[in-house]
Design a protein around this ligand. Structure first.
Ligand code: WTA
Length: 657
């Protein structure tokens, strides 16, 4: 592969400088890896021993009915106890009184919660939830901005055995309706508002709109965050009112290892988002172990992960993993560039962050603004830099390494998915020996994780330097257990392509040194600024507009966002194309799905290219939108004029730019 060979010289430079080598293939790692290969189940059981169990498991893994895995069968635990109570009772390091969360708002204000304060707040809110009728197994939808009350609400659910369903607060009401209804949530937790770029976001109003169509909801709990005047309906209760008389201690619900900790909806290749379900024991074991290997947390670390908790990175590596490890973390409620494009650096300096974990999208944005901005901050506290969510271009990696890390911090690129629960491929810094880094490669699968790259046609392992599908050959503790109330779809989506092998939907290759290079999605899932969206989901949003008969959505490379959304639409009779309609459609999609789904370009056509069986040929649209003059094999196309028309629409628009 050209990237890999281009970079081999570079990785040597790093090796020779002797300064930055990430520990990985050294003795310790090899030993762990070999042991994990030979004693797969035992290896994971040893990791699980680092959790707090009320009762240990009888069986490590039940894989008798694939693809339905059960980890640590018979084991009993509570996720909240593992994050909070453990630091009060088994505390040699005085974690109890150290900061758990240092919160920073967009306007620079701070709030800090020690582990003990967090523990108290969670106990009280857990009791408040019980008092309004929440019971074990009930689903609770949480639609909150990045305020400490978001992890408090999640941990409170975990404490009482309720299943949380966090919805990213940037999603609009339709997305909320779908997720509340599919999960049949009894409670929705939201805020009177939140801030984005100095503007008020009316979260409560979005919830008001949504709950008109969600019959399962009994109460809406409203947090006062923005002193915004909101409508209070019969189902509404204020957060501050329900905690007022709630008692200080809530007995944790002891649950089975397989008890669902949460549902998190994610986009796939169909119109409807999928409710990924994670269990308690396996998931926490995976997070606890991977966080140790990857971050090698130290007592005095100040860990800053910039993800939003509305996505899986926030669930796993802002809420559960760092709290289990008793780390102090920064939680930021704002964008990287408001009011100035320096917020992450300012926060690193202000709080002395030692680990920064962010997205390639944010780095690309900062890179564009030049080195002078980060150079004007003291970033010397940093010891480790991470990225997640999308492929990182080697030049961005190098910029991160040099300008932010001053060539002193390893850069770890972590690959995983909502479905895998935790990190699957990454360098591990918890090892003494080292290997050279290769900018742009996520390096190797973690110990105990059986990744492979296989041939698209027959599923056999491909030779090195050959592109293929990234798959996982054995179950792993953090794996999703099913899709909410949809076992069949779970089987079909992930396990059917190759029998009992998990299909990730990504392309990858392994170079001659065995380093893994991620090569993007093989399916119709988009990554817009690191956010996961499905083309079908966006197409259904388009066709719900009165003017649209048909829509096809694809993406094109975007310098800042990685990928950007483009849509080809067919209008209903009675509507004609205009710039106004284009603007109206863009606003409509922003309102129906959310601002992250803002289309970059919309093309009006009379027909979409389809196969004879009626399937939209997105591959063709994508290649046209990416400027290709050759569109490959078009023999299955039903009507060639549609293709010509799409090409014309594209050329017309680009002529004017
Ligand atoms: C992509 C995010 C390249 C990939 C944690 C995957 C990545 C999808 C990386 C899952 C990475 C994630 N390099 N691509 N380091 N990390 N991806 O569910 O396509 O939001 O399948 O989980 O993001 O996105 P999700």
């Amino acid at each position: 592969m050209s990237e890999s060979s281009d970079l081999s010289g570079l990785s040597k430079i790093y090796e020779e400088s002797g300064k930055v080598r990430i520990s990985l293939e050294g003795k310790k790692f090899n030993k762990i890896r070999k042991y994990a290969e030979e004693h797969f189940e035992q290896f994971w059981a040893e990791q699980a021993k680092n959790l707090v169990w009320f009762k240990e498991w009888d069986k490590i893994l039940d894989w008798r009915d694939p693809p339905f895995a059960k980890w640590f069968v018979g084991g009993k635990l509570n996720a909240c106890v593992n994050c909070l109570d453990r630091h009060l009772t088994h505390d040699n390091n005085n974690i109890k009184n150290k900061a758990a969360i240092i919160w920073e708002g967009e306007n620079g204000e701070n709030r800090t919660f020690t582990y003990y304060q967090l523990y108290r707040s969670v106990n009280i809110f857990a009791n408040a939830l019980k008092n309004i009728g929440v019971m074990k197994d009930d689903r609770v939808t949480i639609y909150l901005p990045m305020v400490p009350e978001l992890p408090i609400a999640m941990l409170s659910c975990a404490r009482i055995g309720a299943i949380h369903n966090v919805v990213f607060s940037g999603f609009s009401s339709q997305a909320l309706v779908n997720r509340i209804n599919d999960s049949k949530s009894k409670i929705v937790i939201t805020a009177d508002g939140s801030y984005r770029r100095g503007k008020l976001l009316e979260l409560k109003r979005t919830v008001d709109e949504a709950i008109a169509d969600t019959p399962s909801v009994e109460h809406v709990v409203v947090l006062k965050r923005a002193s915004n005047i909101v409508r209070t309906g019969s189902k509404d209760v204020w957060w501050h009112d329900i905690i007022e008389n709630a008692s200080q201690y809530c007995e944790p619900e002891v649950v089975d290892s397989s008890h669902p900790l949460y549902i998190l909806y994610t986009s796939g290749t169909t119109g409807k988002p999928k409710g990924v379900v994670h269990d308690t024991g396996g998931y926490l074991c995976h997070l606890n172990a991977t966080a140790k290997w990857v971050y090698n947390f130290r007592k005095d670390d100040i860990y800053f992960c910039t993800a939003d908790i509305g996505w899986v990175t926030g669930h796993s590596y802002i809420v559960y993993a760092p709290l289990m490890h008793g780390v102090t973390e920064i939680m930021y409620d704002g964008t990287p560039d408001y009011p100035k494009p320096d917020r992450y650096w300012k926060i690193v300096e202000k709080h002395g962050a030692t680990i920064l974990h962010t997205t390639p999208t944010a780095l690309r944005m900062y890179m564009k603004f030049g080195d002078a901005i980060p150079n004007s901050f003291d970033l010397s506290s940093l010891r480790l830099l991470g990225t997640v969510g999308e492929p990182i271009n080697p030049d961005v990696w190098i910029w991160y390494f040099k300008t932010i890390g001053k060539e002193n911090c390893p850069v770890i690129d972590t690959w995983w998915q909502t479905e895998t629960g935790g990190i699957m491929i990454s360098a591990c810094t918890d090892i003494e020996e080292s290997i050279p880094m290769k900018p742009g490669s996520a390096t190797f699968p973690l110990p105990g994780i059986h990744m492979d790259i296989v041939d698209e046609k027959d599923g056999s392992s491909v030779a090195s330097n050959r592109k293929g599908y990234l798959v996982i050959r054995k179950p792993w503790p953090g794996m999703l257990t099913t899709l909410w109330q949809n076992d069949e779809k779970y089987k079909d989506t992930y396990w059917k392509k190759y029998d009992n092998i998990y299909y990730t939907g990504d392309y990858a290759l392994s170079d001659s040194d065995g380093y893994i290079w991620l090569l993007g999605r093989a399916d119709d899932v988009l990554k817009i600024a690191g956010h996961r969206l499905g083309t079908m989901e966006l197409e259904s949003a388009f066709v719900s507009h009165k003017s649209i008969a048909e829509a096809a959505v694809t993406s094109m490379p975007d310098e800042k966002k990685g990928e950007s959304i483009i849509a080809f639409v067919v209008l209903r009779t009675g509507f004609s194309k205009s710039d106004n309609l284009r603007k109206e459609l863009i606003d409509y999609i922003r309102n129906v799905v959310g601002p992250i789904a803002t289309p970059n370009e919309i093309y009006f056509v009379n027909k979409l290219p389809k196969t004879r069986s009626g399937k939209i040929m997105r591959r063709l649209l994508k290649s046209i939108a990416n400027g290709a003059t050759e569109t490959g094999d078009v023999t299955t196309i039903e009507d060639g004029t549609s293709l010509e028309e799409v090409r014309q629409a594209y050329n017309e628009m680009h002529k004017n730019i």
